[in-house]
Ligand binder design. Structure first.
Ligand code: ADP
Length: 791
């Protein structure tokens, strides 16, 4: 597909319409001019017509006057009437009336359709010769009068000289002007009609012309649409040698260029995909190759540590195991980053306890933090959702990296983890996590770099702190996958604060923990020199409706107790930090005891990992409970309730000692091509009290399985001759006839998410990732032993 922008919505006004519209105004103006000209001509014509009618009427009246001379002279009314009736035969004559000189009507003849009453009255003198009569209901007509005189010496149509003879009477003729008006009306409609017709004609001719000119553009538009949809093999037809033709040629050139670039891009893409595939393959192989020997190193060293050893040898071996674990950490980081970048890392979606995860992370850094004398605390405000659905493993990874860095780069002070509910809609929540420290800080110019892979604030060869510079790069990608973002604020020498958000869903069916009613109203004193710890403890205890007071030192606590003991409501419980300047926790406890004797509150000591306290000393000082920081909320609640005797510790199920479970000895077939791993697995399985058979590849495994007597197969995936997946498939096929099912557990060094699915779909029952953890292996052995029928 070519990345051309779509051509957009269909044109709202086509070029043709626009061109015609643009031409419309001048054409209309020209037509208007023509119309005005026509109108002027029409007016002229009207005048000529009018004159002609008047002339005709007058000559008719004159002629009748002459004809009537004799009859008028003789007073012959019948003769006059006859002449008048004859005149009615002339077209358009409506009536003829003859009057005496005194104005008396002698004769009036009218057409049948014209009533005699409608003949207008005329005053005897001062009337115009021609009178136009307009009546809406009757035909319009002209009333023309002519005097009857004797022997008119004037030529027939000479009206310029007045006839001086005495008039014998007057003849009036009514001549209809209807024909004249009809002619006028016809021409009145005809002219604009003609104008409109010519306008329509001009526009249609113009439109046709425009279509002819623009038709090749339509073809070009259709062509570019096809190009946009990815059809690059077509070319636009070049039909004319004008601008449109040139446009078509330019388009063709552009498409050819595009086709060439696309072919090159596809080639490059193929190469890149192939390179990426090779990289993934290489990573998978590397992972296998590095993890397998490392697995051997860790497993064998741990086994060696189980033996009786001189202390310094034990120390060497511990260091070796720690280094191997560190190496495994680096390897995991590199693999994680590659997986994220290759889009192969998928987030799980499972219900988990956020509080437990946080405690887990905090506990795992407790030793390192306290070894450096750092306060490590977690602020968990009430109302923060606890049961969530998401990927706890990846969340823990991000938190562990941030807390690990904070501890690593801080020499004095504290490391604080805070969680807040930032937003929620329905059952979706956005949580904000902040990890802040009082460490060395990061220079402002390095702040934007540290989230890039392999970048460190101090990248020099003389740098003081180790690390690969991958942790934050992985964190920022994981956080983005969790729908959040990560940012940092830092001041060199003062500390850093990493803040990230992540989206989760609330886990259904998990009721919020009920407030322990037993603790409500109990008065408790928190003694800690670290203000953050004091605040967090006070908030937590206050959240259980306890009445909390705080003291920043032993002396302050003693003063407070002295004061309170006098009152009616003494302090019942005291949470005492073991390590404080001046009066430490133990000394404070001693003095409290001294001061108050049996009235002393119950004391719970909170201490760092490094501070040891023997039971006798604690009892002597009246310390009822000893907790190692950081203390999780749940753990604190349990401890407080228990110490106050409000709830008994749930009895723990007696743990099975390491080794065989249920008294069942399994015969385990270990299929592994690497001799070191073979020996390690053999040692681990034997140490758990089970029997071992060994096979070096899939074919040997099939043989051993066919011989029988195997309860469980631990099957490596990558092996020569026949790999673990194929060997499993063959076993499962053969089992179909017997209906049996031997448990097969995959052993794989592959670290890709799809591996688990591949193993399960090949017919394996479970999956152990290398390096195989002793605990996981024992779990598998125990489960298998439980499922097998008793011998
Ligand atoms: P690594 O810790 O392995 O070097 P990271 O990606 O976790 O890699 O961190 C990158 C760099 O960011 C560190 O090398 C350090 O310079 C800086 N950095 C991270 N966290 C902190 C912190 N809390 N205080 C000071 N500097 C830090």
């Amino acid at each position: 597909m070519i990345g051309l922008a779509p051509l957009g919505p269909r044109l709202s006004r086509s070029l043709k319409v626009q061109a015609v519209t643009a031409n419309f105004l001048p054409v209309a103006a020209a037509l208007l001019g023509v119309l005005v000209l026509f109108a002027a001509l029409w007016l002229l014509q009207l005048r000529v017509l009018q004159n002609e009618v008047v002339l005709r009427a007058r000559s008719l009246a004159e002629s009748l006057a002459r004809q009537s001379e004799l009859a008028a002279l003789l007073g012959d009314r019948a003769g006059l009437a006859q002449i008048a009736r004859r005149a009615l035969g002339v077209e358009g004559v409506l009536y003829v009336a003859v009057a005496s000189p005194s104005g008396e009507r002698l004769v009036t003849v009218t057409r049948e359709e014209f009533s005699a009453g409608d003949v207008p009255e005329r005053p005897v003198s001062g009337t115009p010769e021609v009178l136009e009569v307009r009546a809406s209901s009757k035909p319009r007509f002209l009333d023309v009068a002519a005097e009857i005189r004797r022997d008119d010496p004037r030529p027939a149509f000479d009206w310029s000289r007045p006839n001086t003879e005495r008039a014998l009477g007057t003849v009036r003729v009514g001549l209809s002007t209807e024909r004249h008006w009809a002619l006028y009306r016809r021409s009145l409609w005809g002219i604009p009609l003609l104008g409109l017709l010519s306008l329509a004609l001009v526009l249609s001719v113009q439109y046709r012309q425009m279509r002819k000119v623009l038709a090749p553009l339509d073809t070009l538009i259709e062509f570019t649409r096809r190009v946009a949809s990815g059809e690059l093999s077509h070319r636009a037809p070049v039909e004319r040698h004008d601008e449109v033709g040139e446009l078509a040629m330019a388009c063709n050139e552009m498409v050819s260029q595009l086709e060439r670039s696309r072919a090159e891009l596809l080639k490059a893409l193929d190469a890149a995909q192939e390179a990426s595939r090779l990289k993934s393959e290489f990573l998978a192989n590397m992972s296998h190759e590095i993890r397998t020997p490392l697995n051997g190193v860790i497993g064998m060293t741990e086994l060696a540590l189980d033996a009786q050893l001189p202390p310094e040898v034990r120390e060497y071996l511990r260091t070796a195991v720690d280094s191997a674990h560190a190496l495994m950490g680096v390897l995991n980081d590199i693999l994680d980053l590659s997986r994220v970048e290759a889009g192969k890392l998928e987030l799980a979606s499972q219900a988990f306890d956020l509080e437990a995860e946080l405690e887990n992370v905090m506990k795992s850094f407790a030793v390192a933090a306290h070894r450096k004398g750092l306060e490590l605390s977690c602020d968990w405000p009430a109302g923060t959702p606890r049961w969530l659905v998401g990927d706890p493993l990846r969340l823990r990874q991000v938190l562990a990296n941030l807390v690990g860095n904070a501890v690593k780069f801080t020499h004095a002070g504290e490391v604080l983890v805070q969680v807040v509910l930032e937003a929620e809609s329905g059952n979706r929540v956005l949580l904000g996590f902040t990890v802040s420290d009082t460490g060395i800080g990061i220079p402002p110019e390095k702040l934007s770099l540290i989230f890039e892979p392999f970048r460190q604030a101090d990248g020099s060869t003389t740098r003081q702190y180790g690390g690969t510079g991958l942790g934050l790069a992985i964190c920022s990608r994981l956080v983005a996958m969790m729908g959040g973002r990560i940012e940092v604020a830092s001041r060199p020498g003062q500390g850093s604060s990493f803040r990230f958000t992540a989206r989760f869903e609330r886990a259904a069916g998990q009721a919020p923990a009920a407030e322990p009613a037993e603790l409500a109203g109990l008065r408790v004193l928190v003694v800690d020199d670290n203000a953050t710890n004091r605040k967090i403890l006070a908030e937590t205890l206050g959240g259980w409706a306890m009445e909390v007071e705080t003291a920043g030192s032993g002396a302050e606590a003693l003063a407070l107790l002295r004061q309170a003991s006098a009152g009616p409501h003494p302090v019942q419980l005291m949470l005492l930090d073991a390590v404080m300047p001046e009066l430490d926790g133990f000394e404070t406890a001693r003095r409290v005891r001294q001061l108050m004797g049996e009235q002393a509150p119950i004391i719970m000591m909170l201490s760092s990992v490094g501070v040891t306290a023997d039971g006798r000393r604690c009892r002597r000082l009246g310390i009822a409970r000893y907790l190692v920081k950081p203390v999780g909320r749940e753990e604190l609640l349990e401890a407080v309730l228990e110490t106050l005797g409000r709830r008994r510790r749930p009895s723990e199920a007696p743990r099975e000692p390491h080794g065989r479970s249920g008294g069942r000895t399994l015969s385990v077939l270990v299929v592994e091509d690497n001799p070191v791993n073979q020996r390690l697995l053999e040692a681990l399985v034997r140490a758990a009290g089970h029997q071992v058979q060994l096979a070096g590849d899939g074919l040997q495994a099939l043989e051993a399985w066919r011989r029988g007597g195997v309860d469980l197969i631990l099957m490596d995936v990558q092996m020569p001759k026949l790999d673990g997946l194929e060997a499993t498939r063959r076993i499962r096929r053969q089992e179909q006839s017997t209906g049996e099912h031997i448990p097969i557990v995959a052993l794989t060094a592959h670290a890709f998410d799809g591996d688990r699915d591949r193993c399960l779909s090949a017919g394996m029952d479970d999956y152990l990732s290398k390096p195989v953890s002793r605990a996981r292996l024992l779990e598998v052995l125990e489960r298998t032993a439980r499922l097998l029928p008793a011998p």
